[in-house]
Design a protein around this ligand. Structure first.
Ligand SMILES: Nc1ncnc2c1ncn2[C@@H]1O[C@H](COP(=O)(O)OP(=O)(O)O)[C@@H](O)[C@H]1O
Ligand SMILES: [Mg+2]
Length: 267
């Protein structure tokens, strides 16, 4: 399994003006083993744009990417790929469906319906609901669940397809601190169990330190990779670990790259 971006760039038409503005420039990135990879950068720098490109989500009416090429498992990829799923902050659960049906939803699409027999589909949904701790909520609707529980549903729905690559766009951004911590631990557990590649967008340095095997720091305007940090520490990492000498050193390095790469906006 692998995801690779080869000199990828994205420009958009300028609003109310002629010409294009470059949002993402010359991204070279290769991830080829199960791991959590944090894409870290300030708001508006182009993180979601990069993640959507990886997921094959194409903006309406604009060429995408405008430069370079994206490869999934070594093959050039120009749209959504069966081995790749996305999870967003707005968890996109359907209000009219039960929790069970929300998790089962991708399996009802014709491609997966053909591939996976009904009994296995049912087993997978049951297994995922148990894994995210919602087995007793299967018959409820999303409106009867909390924000954290709804994000668990979205996670279960993503994993029910057993994807090799999961792309997550600030998925825990709207959750309270305690729920967020629970979700971070759940994510680490699920990533280790499913042995997948996760690319996780965040603007939070602490979240990047807690979850990342690798922290990819982005610069702004346009977004480029400023630096790549490997965090070789066992997980889950505790809040005590966040105060360790190693974590302090990594945080300092990450912050100094972030500050250096964003201060160019003001020059
Ligand atoms: N389809 C689009 N058309 C024009 N501009 C866009 C489009 N998508 C994103 N942008 C611009 O790209 C920049 C980066 O956006 P985004 O990737 O959402 O940033 P982030 O996720 O880091 O907050 C923003 O200035 C945004 O307005
Ligand atoms: Mg974003």
């Amino acid at each position: 399994m692998s995801i690779k971006m080869d000199n990828v760039g994205q420009s958009f038409p300028k609003p109310d003006e002629e010409g294009m503005v470059c949002i993402v420039d010359s991204i070279d990135l290769e991830i080829n083993e199960p791991s959590i990879n944090m894409l870290l950068g300030p708001s508006g720098c182009g993180k979601s744009t990069i993640l959507k490109m990886m997921g094959g989500v194409r903006p309406f009416g604009v060429a995408c990417p405008t430069a370079g090429e994206i490869f999934i498992n070594g093959e050039a990829c120009h749209g959504p790929h069966n081995d790749v799923v996305m999870v967003f902050q707005k968890y996109a659960n359907r209000p009219d469906l039960s929790i069970w049906d929300n998790v089962a939803f991708p399996l009802t699409l014709s491609l997966w319906k053909k591939r996976i027999p009904p009994q296995e589909r049912e087993e997978r949904v049951r297994e995922m609901l148990e894994a995210v701790g919602l087995a007793d909520k299967a018959a409820l609707r999303p409106s009867q669940l909390s924000g954290g529980q709804n994000q668990r549903v979205a996670l279960a729905r993503a994993l029910v397809l057993r994807p090799k690559i999961i792309l997550m766009d600030e998925p825990f951004g709207a959750l309270d601190a305690q729920t967020r911590e629970e979700m971070q631990h759940l994510l680490i557990e699920l990533q280790e169990k499913h042995n997948c590649i996760i690319v996780f967008v965040t603007h939070d340095v602490e979240e990047a330190l807690l979850l990342g095997d690798r922290v990819i720091v982005l610069s702004t305007k346009p977004a480029t990779i400023a630096e790549n940090f490997e965090i070789n520490e066992p997980k889950p990492r505790s809040s005590i670990w966040l105060g360790s000498t190693y974590a302090n050193q990594q945080r300092e390095k990450i912050l100094s790259v972030l500050h250096a790469s964003t201060s160019k906006d003001f020059q």
